[in-house]
Design a protein around this ligand. Sequence first.
Ligand code: 5AD
Ligand code: SF4
Length: 482
Amino acid sequence: MPTFALHTYGCQMNVRDSDILARRLRAKGLTEAETEDEADVVIVNSCSVRGKAEDKALGKLGLLCATKRDRPNRVIGLTGCMAQRLGADIFKKLPRLSFSVGPRAESLIPQFVERCLETGAEQLCDFEVRDAPPETPEMARDDLSRLDCLNQGKKADKADDEPVVTVAAGPVQSFVTILYGCSRRCSYCIVPSVRGEEQSRDPRDILLEVKAEATRGVRDVCLLGQSVMRYGLSRFQWPEDIPSPAGYTEPMPRLLEYIAREVPEIPRIRFTSGHPNGVTAELVHAMANIPAVCPHLHLPMQSGSDRILKEMNRGYDSATYLDAVRRLRAAIPGIAITTDIIVGYPGETEADFEATRRVMEEADFDNSFIFKYSPRPGTRSALLEDSVSDEEKCRRDAILLADQDARGLRNNARWVGRIVEVLCEGPSLRNAARWAGRSPQNKIVLFEPDDSVRIGSFVRVRVKEAHAQTLYGDLVRNSSAV
Ligand code: 5AD
Ligand code: SF4
């Protein structure tokens, strides 16, 4: 039986796509290789969001294709955003590549793999932007019979400057894509050109997938979309026979309510990534009133300078952003808000940068992911001169990171002495005597377990120490049933 390995770069969307791909390959009879070296089929799921992520994937593919000299029957495939961006040109760089498939054509990969295994074919490709196939009941059933196969703690490979998986897929947490593509036009972003226009999935398909996740033990589901609050806002009709007892009219709050109602085995629901213009009164109400919806939101701000935000075509200014934060905090006490920031956008002055520092402080972020601007081919900002030197980008990056460390520590210190509900993920990677889990705010909590603690159980932990990224605490006994 041929074996496969997947190598994933980039965002949560790619992590999820790799999960689905693994499931499809298993359905074709392939099994997961113990190590990548052994695998008969290796597929790189790539990211294009910054140049560095592409360089890494290209380097990896170069090495993999070189192994075909000794193992000519090995199948090396490429998918994800970089596959789409480079199209068939990739074969000029890597003529021994077996196939390259764009992210909206990934359902073809099992066929391509089969053909390459049988015939040794090379240079197969498909970059069509298809409507996403609905998740069929068969696929969901397939999940049920293979409870152990998905998401086994695999995370995307991340370099310092790559997108960060803010919620890690693991045995008790997983992602479910609800919105493909993106129809916003932020000046710096390559995603719309590689992932296509936004397309919302049918809530009934989403429900099937969430239920399948629940059955395999997942307790924390993160709903994914590049701009997730756009769910249901174009080319979409909410099914008339799915009511909203709370009277919501917007699709995103309706979806949250629907999943919480139909899948009570999932006590934690999150969604990412947000956009301040999507923070509507209904959405805030849903977050505040649906107990399963976690007090946690990743809300990329990108910059605190109104001039730069305008250049970026983000569709809001810093006051609007801060107003969204204020409304969230007022309605959802203790909510954790995290963000993405780009430093060194073309023309970003010291004054623009200082504005970003100020607004970040005012927003009081729990965590921030800082990225150095990287011009991406075909985007509007790539036409502008990349005027901020790499040295200066690094300086600004370091300053924002230091600010965030201090802020994260200060924010986390507020939890000391309080009891938090923790979803147990398993022994900590650094110190197996401790267990790790997450609070509803998505903060990592470390504690010493007792015999009752299981992966997927909820325990209560009294926080005794706070670091910038982690909380430490003691188990509050007799508390496994929360
Ligand atoms: N350069 C640097 N960072 C970028 N991001 C998106 N495009 C670029 C780019 N061209 C960042 C944004 C986004 C995160 C996923 O990646 O901050 O929110
Ligand atoms: Fe990277 Fe964006 Fe593609 Fe995700 S959607 S893999 S962040 S380019």
